[in-house]
Design a protein around this ligand. Structure first.
Ligand code: SAM
Ligand code: FES
Length: 340
């Protein structure tokens, strides 16, 4: 079965379910995924410098620590100068991609976002700018692209309608999330999508739907990480997603999308101290160290116990460089475009 997954990059729903619900294939799956990643990308690991530009958000997703309804969250937004200085510092450290992420904050108007994107591109023309700022109109996405944005990350979160409604208030719809992703593709962005593993009410069937949706979208980047509870959300008492299942899905995705850029996420490193290293060994090829000012990292708390909030960016990168090397890979200084 794994032979077929590797060659044909797909399986029947029943076969996917079997892989997801038994442990029988886990060992071989991980080995095959690593072999495929090494064939396409060698031992190279791309780094993306994450700048968390605002924790204001107009949305109220039930799982998310910076949701509008969390009155206990201390809010911040970075100034343009702060964002530029994070990128300048990152550039000096060897980063060639900057990811600007935040809640959907109306104070970051389209004009402001464009000024920030073009400002970064002017200062660092050899770098990629990735945005992860949520759902916008096609026009807005078009403006950011014109300003120089190269990539956009927008996880679909779950491809199952009913499940989507259990994770989000009625104002948000899967339909619009998908519309955003296809608009972004048409506008020429390198697009990233993905989902949480083990979010409340998720079934194995939901995960198969996620795989099918990704086949349709054919993204360049796929970010998955375990759901981790946040104590000030409606899902405070829900169990965290499974570490092993997340690793398994990384391997399945690597076999389905040999060229994709798949991060070993901070959430994976949060539920297991060796999570990111193990993610790399099972098919991931990207890590996203934090470049945000140390003072705000604690405030961008999507889930409890987020790691790497105390360290300076340089320290964080050094720590990660050692971890990646110990896992048998190598962080490279490269823009890290997808290899199609
Ligand atoms: N507002 C943008 C958006 O909606 O895409 C970007 C920020 S949003 C916080 C980034 C991602 O964090 C989401 O796509 C979601 O998958 C993840 N996330 C949020 N809460 C989480 C939680 N409790 N556990 C794990 N991941 C979470
Ligand atoms: Fe908006 Fe999480 S609810 S970023």
């Amino acid at each position: 079965m794994l032979d077929r997954l590797e060659k044909e990059r797909t399986l029947t729903d029943g076969e996917f379910l079997e892989i997801l619900t038994t442990t029988e294939y886990d060992g071989e799956l991980g080995e095959r995924a690593d072999a495929v990643r090494r064939k396409v990308y060698g031992d190279r690991v791309f780094i993306r410098g994450l700048v968390e530009i605002t924790n204001y958000c107009r949305n109220n997703c039930y799982y998310c620590g910076i949701r509008r309804g969390n009155r206990l969250c201390t809010r911040y937004r970075l100034t343009e100068e702060q964002i530029f200085s994070c990128c300048d510092e990152g550039y000096g450290l060897g980063f060639r991609t900057f990811v600007l992420q935040g809640g959907e904050d109306p104070r970051f108007t389209d004009d402001r976002i464009c000024a920030i994107v073009s400002g970064i591109k002017d200062r660092h023309p050899d770098c990629a700018v990735t945005l992860s700022l949520g759902e916008k109109s096609r026009e807005s996405y078009g403006m950011y692209r014109q300003a120089g944005a190269d990539r956009y990350l927008l996880r679909h979160e779950t491809a199952d309608e009913e499940h989507y409604r259990k994770l989000h208030p009625a104002q948000l719809s899967l339909e619009n999330r998908k519309r955003c992703l296809f608009d972004l593709k048409e506008l020429g962005y390198q697009v990233g999508s993905g989902f949480m593993v083990g979010s409340p009410y998720q079934t194995s069937e939901c995960l198969v739907e996620d795989l099918r949706f990704l086949q349709k979208l054919d993204p360049d980047m796929i970010g998955i990480g375990p759901f981790i509870h946040h104590s000030q959300t409606p899902f405070a008492d829900r169990p965290d997603g499974s570490f092993e299942l997340t690793l398994k899905l990384i391997s399945v995705l690597r076999l389905m999308f040999p060229h994709a850029l798949i991060p070993a996420t901070t959430a994976l490193g949060t539920i297991n101290p060796r999570g990111r290293e193990m993610g790399l060994q099972r098919g991931a090829n990207v890590v996203m160290p934090n470049l945000s000012p140390t003072g705000v990292r604690e405030l961008y708390q999507l889930y409890d116990n987020k790691i790497c909030t105390g360290e300076e960016s340089a320290q964080c990168l050094e720590c990660l460089r050692n971890r990646v090397a110990a896992a048998g890979y190598r962080i490279v200084q490269d823009i890290g475009n997808v290899k199609r």
